[in-house]
Design a protein around this ligand. Structure first.
Ligand code: G6P
Ligand code: MN
Length: 467
């Protein structure tokens, strides 16, 4: 049980990098969210923070996307003024990794077209089609695990001392696959647990930075069980107060009655389990899937020529697309989720960029902190084995991230975690061995897939074909 941002410098630990700053490599460097990470790095540089990034290496397999984002960063730097990391771009993986202190892995194998397939193929079978949950998440995992494993192997060969911070979804499964190569040098992150914790703390009138959070689960499958402020658990009082409970995203999503029945606050992704029927109906009725919406929306931005004079205005083009995306997000997600108002702009200090930089700083300058991260269990969650990657509060310092003991997990929660862990592991095994029967096992064992026959047809529709 831990606070998310309370920090203390350890005086006798390894010292800040001093003159030699951090070399940070971003895999998926042509991704639309990269300017958000860059903005956080610029703010860091301006604040003169210890352990700041001096070299930012962007790697992408698509040179066009890389050029488009590099043009945005160049203008962003110009507008920001002051010290900034030098930005390098490359499509060569080993070159990108060489000399890296930290590697952010944020790739989308198959791009948004792949995501649309992951959504549409299960939907055609009447199953949930979602980026990371259900059959869609398994299809995404089958495509992504081999690529993530290859990256892990290249890191081990070329930059064995680097820390890998994995944003690539399905993040729990992908982090576990990478940990088989990199051990505890890979740490997975997600913005949803910290967002939930901070929103809940604010709902009880507490300073989110001064609360301790007892959160346990797998990625996109977790529960906040206690919010401790000055030694008192404030969750029971919150659960008793419907108005306070329904004042924030997860409270609105799940409703006060169900939260009281459950006695915990679930991660927003549990909506697909607890309200499966309604979520599926809403997605089926929507004109476009989330992937289709994003693909349409980003098309124009990436179609801009990013060379010569056309590069000017790149930042405005990116910013306009980002703003439009945020404005439409609420309406889109309300439609897609059947009433769930996802407050994407209100990240409560927990956006991916900030979680990743908080983690990087804590490791780089030994600034001890606690963050909810995806790491190997090592006994923290009773009932799951030591190598299972779990999403729990971790103590972070120069030695990496160590999961904190969670105490007993309720049978319904542990049961779901064990089932999903089995599904994740079957997916990893199938992706590694290219075994159809193992992939079928992964799909058919998922609690949201209600027919082995339908699972088989989903596998037949996988894009690209599997095996
Ligand atoms: C949250 C989740 C991510 C997920 C993203 C999807 O941030 O934590 O894991 O990828 O939402 O957002 P998008 O805008 O791509 O639908
Ligand atoms: Mn996530």
């Amino acid at each position: 049980m831990t606070g998310t941002t309370r920090t203390s410098r350890t005086p006798d630990g390894p010292t800040a990098p001093g003159t030699a700053g951090i070399r940070l490599t971003v895999l998926g460097g042509g991704g639309f969210r990269v300017p958000l990470v860059h903005r956080a790095l610029l703010d860091d540089a301006a604040a003169g923070s210890a352990g700041r990034c001096t070299d930012l290496v962007l790697h992408d397999t698509d040179p066009g996307r890389l050029a488009a984002i590099a043009a945005v960063l160049a203008e962003q730097t110009e507008r920001h003024g002051g010290p900034a990391p030098a930005v390098h771009t490359t499509t060569d993986l080993d070159e990108a990794l060489r000399g890296a202190d930290f590697v952010f892995s944020a790739i989308r194998v198959g791009g948004l077209a792949g995501r649309v397939g992951d959504e549409r193929v299960p939907l055609a079978e009447g199953l949930l089609g979602q980026e990371t949950v259900g059959a869609g998440g398994i299809l995404y995992g089958l495509r992504t695990v081999p690529v993530a494993t290859h990256i892990a192997e290249r890191v081990a060969a070329v930059a064995p001392d680097a820390w890998v911070i994995n944003f690539t979804n399905p993040a729990g499964m992908v982090t576990e696959a990478m940990s088989r190569v990199l051990g505890d040098r890979v740490i997975g992150i997600c913005d949803s647990p910290v967002g939930l914790c901070r929103r809940a703390a604010r709902a009880v009138g507490a300073d989110p930075d001064r609360a301790d959070y007892d959160y346990v689960g797998l990625n996109h499958l977790g529960w906040l069980r206690r919010i401790v402020v000055d030694g008192t658990d404030r969750l029971p009082a919150l659960l008793a107060d419907s108005a306070a409970l329904e004042s924030f995203e997860e409270g609105k999503l799940f409703g006060a009655d169900w939260l009281r029945t459950l006695g915990a606050l679930p991660n927003e992704y549990l909506h697909y389990y607890y309200h499966h029927r309604e979520a599926l109906a809403a997605i089926r009725e929507a004109d476009a899937t989330r992937g289709e919406f994003l693909a349409r929306q980003q098309e124009d931005f990436y179609a801009r020529p990013a060379d010569g004079t056309a590069a000017r205005g790149a930042f405005e083009a990116w910013e306009a697309t980002r703003r439009e995306r945020e404005e439409t997000y609420m309406a889109e997600s309300r439609q897609a989720s059947g009433g769930w108002q996802r407050d994407s702009c209100d990240l409560e200090g927990g956006g991916y960029d900030r979680v990743a930089l908080a983690l990087m700083r804590a490791v780089a300058v030994n600034e001890r902190t606690t963050l909810i991260l995806n790491v190997r269990n090592r006994g923290a969650v009773p009932g799951l084995d030591a190598d299972a990657v779990v999403e729990v509060p971790c103590l972070v310092d120069a030695g990496g991230a160590r999961p904190l003991a969670t105490g007993a997990v309720a049978p319904d929660q542990l049961g779901l975690m064990l089932q999903l862990k089995a599904v994740e592991r079957a997916t990893i095994e199938a992706a590694t061995t290219r075994s159809r029967s193992t992939a079928l096992r992964a799909l058919a064992l998922h609690p949201l897939v209600d027919s082995v026959h339908a699972a088989g047809r989903v596998l037949d529709g996988a894009r690209p074909p599997f095996p």
